[in-house]
Ligand binder design. Structure first.
Ligand code: LAC
Ligand code: NI
Length: 191
């Protein structure tokens, strides 16, 4: 289950959306495209394997966005490089192209500025999101990352981030706290 949460300027949790239609509408208002594709199981650990399994869906995205390169990021719990990568993802940044991410497995949390406050978008397997170029955002996947995602880039060089001045950011719940709070709200216990 993906989820979208609105926070105020001080980082207080305000509204929670967990229905596809409402998440899509709310994100569209914030200028983001979002959707869900069927989860398919396929062989292969590279970006090409995803393009083969999701040919039609990815072709449709390519009609909407400029896409010149792609890569695939798979991070399993205990990944040695995660602390350094996490710090890089957690720093608020922008990209000169749209940030398009499609989750094949696991989950990740995006934060972006919206109006006076912030939106937190939890993406799970089957969900994709496109943040327009220049959107200030950051990302987390928790203390133990567990996701597999396709990243599509307009820039042929792939992942390039411009740091944003994040000194005004309030404390927003990172992935593990976000999920715990969400599960408590929706009446589920965390594992
Ligand atoms: C990205 C996330 C970390 O740019 O925002 O992939
Ligand atoms: Ni980014």
């Amino acid at each position: 289950m993906g989820a979208l949460v609105r926070f105020d300027a001080d980082g207080h949790w305000l509204d929670t959306w967990v229905c596809d239609g409402l998440i899509g509408d709310e994100l569209a208002r914030a200028g983001l495209a979002w959707g869900r594709w069927p989860v398919r199981h396929f062989e292969g650990s590279d970006a090409e394997a995803v393009r083969t399994a999701y040919g039609e869906e990815i072709a449709a995205l390519r009609e909407r966005f400029e896409v010149r390169s792609a890569d695939r990021v798979r991070l399993a719990p205990g990944h040695a490089g995660w602390p350094a990568l996490r710090a890089q993802f957690l720093a608020e940044h922008t990209h000169s192209d749209a940030e398009i991410r499609f989750f094949l497995e696991g989950a990740g949390l995006f934060y972006l500025r919206s109006g006076e406050g912030y939106l937190g978008l939890l993406c799970e397997a089957g969900e994709w999101v496109a943040l327009p170029a220049g959107t200030r955002h950051f990302f987390d996947a928790g203390a133990e990352p567990d996701f597999d995602a396709l990243r599509l880039f307009a820039d042929p060089q792939g992942w390039i981030a411009q740091p944003a001045d994040d000194s005004s950011l309030p404390a927003l719940p990172l992935f593990d706290d976000f999920v715990e709070h969400l599960l408590a709200l929706t009446g589920h216990e965390a594992d």
